[in-house]
Design a protein around this ligand. Structure first.
Ligand code: PLP
Length: 373
């Protein structure tokens, strides 16, 4: 298989554990293990205490699949397949769903594997570009106009990395109804689900929208447990899910036994886990709003509608790559330049989920004052 480097991951391989302040992280501050175990109920505590470190069920622990199914209206435990993070799920699904001669439409800028693996699987990929001038909104009519007779899959990531885009209910219904009518699969990357600023804006998950809708979920982002490496696909298309399961035999075969139980504990205690994440994001977003209001001469800011990320733009006459390189050097604060998404604007990704954001932001501001004023 020939596949281009995953630019963002190569960037993080260099910086993630070298920079002191990850002001561009996409996840919420990792949940403390001791706090998670304290949330276990009698059944999950017994599972944890009695755990044996053998292989696990390749589709996922039945209780974990039941816990995940609880996040959907129309998916039962047999409509769930567990993976090592969302990344493995993307890899398996795109390889199974797409091949030479197929066409796919994928939102862009975005998480590179969503279109890179599709290309590597042989598909012709149309990138559905979002624009800052439109508030990054998903142009559903333009997306529908780009569908072809050969289109097998549409991939939409919402809440969106890196812009925080979230379609309205009406836009989402228009898209999912059209795809259902045409028999086209939708991969709905919902890894930032549950971080809608207004909970009423939360979209119908892909798996609930129609039988060929596929939801991608993970413990990494809103659940703040990236270290578990537990993700999943949810869909009523059992044939497709079965083919993904067969493909997974060539990747990880089954998930980590401790991670499955910890994920189950987190899912059962999801109200408390998610309340913590929302609290962190809401507090940080307020600081960012004030910062960007104060510094509107230097940065443009489209406030995210959901998720733990935003995609502001450096307005100053300096390339963002140069600004970001100087910032991490001088202050240990890491931004993710838009170039890592292959995006030509002067944008950068800012992460809203880390507890040290106030400190990181103060350092960013001090650096900007020294270098932009
Ligand atoms: C939109 C999107 N999808 C999938 C993933 C993969 O999640 P994980 O790293 O937990 O596998 C990410 C991670 O950043 C993401 O932003």
């Amino acid at each position: 298989m020939q596949i281009a480097d995953f630019a963002l991951e190569r960037f993080f391989a260099r910086w993630e554990f070298a920079a002191r302040y990850l002001l561009c992280a996409s996840d919420v501050e990792g949940f403390p293990m001791a706090d998670l175990l304290a949330l276990a109920d009698g059944e999950t505590r017994a599972l944890w205490d009695g755990l044996r470190l053998g292989y696990t069920e390749s589709t996922g622990h039945p209780l974990l699949r039941a816990g995940i199914a609880g996040l959907y209206e129309h998916a039962g435990p047999d409509d769930i397949l567990v993976f090592a993070g969302a990344e493995e799920a993307i890899f398996c699904l795109l390889n199974v769903a797409l091949g030479a001669g197929d066409h796919a439409v994928v939102t862009w800028p975005g998480y590179q594997s969503l279109y890179e693996v599709a290309r590597a699987a042989g598909a012709d990929v149309t990138l559905h570009e979002l624009h800052e001038a439109d508030g990054w909104f998903l142009d559903v009519e333009r997306l529908i106009a780009s569908l072809r007779p050969q289109t097998r899959l549409v991939v939409v990531n919402a809440p969106h990395n890196p812009t925080g885009m979230l379609p309205t209910h009406a836009e989402w219904a228009r898209l999912t109804d059209e795809l259902a009518d045409r028999g086209i699969h939708l991969l709905s990357d919902e890894v930032y689900r549950f971080l809608e600023l207004d909970e009423g804006d939360a979209l119908l998950p892909g798996a609930d929208a129609y039988p060929r809708g596929i939801s991608l979920g993970v413990m990494s982002k809103s659940f703040a447990m990236a270290g578990l490496r537990i993700g999943w696909l949810a869909t009523r298309d059992r044939d497709l899910l079965g083919r993904c399961a067969a493909f997974k035999d060539y990747t990880t075969i089954c998930s980590s036994a401790p991670s499955e139980i910890l994920a189950l504990i987190g899912l059962r205690a999801r109200d408390r886990v998610l309340a913590r994440s929302r609290r962190i994001v809401a507090g940080n977003l307020e600081l960012l709003d004030n910062f960007f209001r104060r510094r509107s001469a230097w940065f443009s800011w489209v406030r995210p509608r959901a998720g733990s990320i935003g995609f502001p733009r450096l307005l100053a006459d300096m390339p963002i790559d140069e600004f970001a390189a100087g910032l991490v050097e001088a202050e240990g604060v890491l931004l993710l330049p838009g170039s890592q998404f292959g995006h030509p604007g002067n944008h950068f990704r800012i992460g809203i989920g880390r507890e040290n954001l106030p400190d990181a932001l103060a350092r960013l501001e001090a650096y900007a004052e020294r270098n932009l004023a």
